[in-house]
Ligand binder design. Structure first.
Ligand SMILES: [Zn+2]
Length: 410
């Protein structure tokens, strides 16, 4: 065998080991801590190979052991260290949160807290200002920021990295900007930018009711309707980046005209605005969806009825989702999900959902577990995954901004 022959063989072996290492990391990310025996079974790698790779990953600090007993340890991704910033961009405001894993505290700051900034409340300049304040705040506490995740209440086109043209009217200060490139250039840190519904789905898949499920759909129903699809542990963006826009699925050809230009979109039936409009006819108007949910819980028949009907419409759209992609679990989040059985009874009784049982095993329809903060937590989950770090559960401190933090000191 020639020298070059040896060289190419060694190169091949290296590549092989890299791909085995990647398989193990992917498995741990999707399943949480496992024994080496479990890893060996799931990856079809020999126990010796698994042991070898796990030792190397442990030496470099990527994985850690959690001892089950004296003989057997669970191998898991190393706990998050340092801090991560997660930012939620709404059309009228921005919320930024620093998650300090070292000191287990969460600091929140919003566009309303900024003084002396002349930029509009939802703009790239405001996101930069908030991120910089939190980075400085972290440095003041002796912790450095490992990455910044940004969730945007709008669809992001894969080809341009910018917000899709049809959402420019709602987010005028964001149009045409390649978001990830822009923030990486200015912050000089790892940055990920995603649609908020996709990140909410990722949070629910990582820590909520979608955990360890290979084909997961999450839909958020509140002011708007957003859908996120997680396939084999990854956010499914589709070729365009616009996958999962379930809110604009047409369910009634003669329905109301939607801002997207279609008629009869699901958004016209199951959003806060649509539900409040339906109640207006009963002369029992309410000001918000959470008020409607509250009244329904206290026995108001009209409020119960509109929530039930919103569930029926949701069922109609979701039955088509099931036919197209056959997910294992569909979770519903957002304020509408807080109605619980009042809405889910409507969803499950919808004719199209009942009919699914005739063709195949129906997926489970569940209320999401991380309703508040799901996009912000999803940003953390996605950044941990990008950095090959882990966190097995959402700790209580992650859901609670620290009280008594002097924001002027941040
Ligand atoms: Zn529409």
């Amino acid at each position: 065998m020639t020298e070059s022959g040896h060289g190419s063989k060694r190169r091949f072996e290296r590549t092989d080991r890299q791909s085995n290492t990647q398989s193990i990391l992917d498995l741990l990310r999707a399943n949480g801590p496992l024994t080496q025996a479990d890893i060996s079974r799931a990856t079809s790698l020999s126990r010796a190979t698994v042991n070898n790779i796990v030792q190397a990953l442990r030496d470099q600090g990527t994985v850690e052991y959690e001892w089950k007993n004296r003989r057997e340890a669970l191998v898991g991704l190393s706990s998050a260290r340092g801090a991560i910033i997660s930012i939620m961009v709404h059309d009228m405001a921005v919320q930024a949160c620093l998650f300090d894993f070292a000191q287990q505290t969460r600091l929140d700051l919003s566009s309303g807290d900024l003084v002396g900034i002349s930029a509009p409340e939802s703009s790239p300049a405001v996101v930069l200002a908030l991120a910089r304040r939190l980075i400085d705040g972290g440095a003041g506490r002796g912790v450095s920021v490992a990455g910044v995740a940004i969730a945007i209440e709008g669809p992001i086109e894969k080809s341009t990295g910018a917000i899709a043209r049809w959402a420019w009217q709602r987010l005028p200060h964001w149009k045409g900007l390649n978001l990830r490139e822009y923030f990486m250039r200015h912050l000089r840190l790892p940055v990920l930018v995603e649609n908020d519904a996709n990140l909410a789905a990722f949070a629910e898949w990582t820590w909520g009711v979608g955990r360890r499920c290979n084909h997961f759909v999450h839909i958020t129903c509140g002011e708007g309707i957003g859908g996120g699809i997680i396939l084999n542990g990854e956010i499914y963006q589709g070729g365009s980046g616009l996958a999962g826009e379930i809110g604009h699925m047409v369910i009634e050809e003669q329905g109301t005209l939607c801002f997207c230009g279609s008629r009869g979109c699901l958004s016209g039936f199951a959003t806060e605005r649509a539900i409040l409009a339906a109640l207006r006819d009963s002369e029992k108007s309410r000001n918000s969806l959470s008020e409607v949910v509250d009244s329904a819980r206290h026995g108001d028949a009209a409020c119960q009825r509109v929530l039930f009907e919103a569930g029926v419409h949701l069922g109609k759209a979701l039955a088509t989702v099931v036919r197209v992609m056959g997910p294992d679990i569909i979770a519903v989040g957002g304020t509408l999900a807080t109605a619980g059985d009042i809405m889910f009874d409507g969803l499950r009784s919808c004719a199209e959902i009942i009919n699914l049982r005739a063709i195949a095993k129906s997926p489970e329809f569940l209320a999401a577990g991380l309703i508040e903060d799901a996009p912000v937590l999803g940003g953390i989950a996605a950044m941990l995954s990008k950095l090959d770090l882990g966190s097995n559960v959402v700790e209580p401190w992650m859901r609670m901004p620290s009280p008594g933090i002097d924001q002027s000191a941040i």
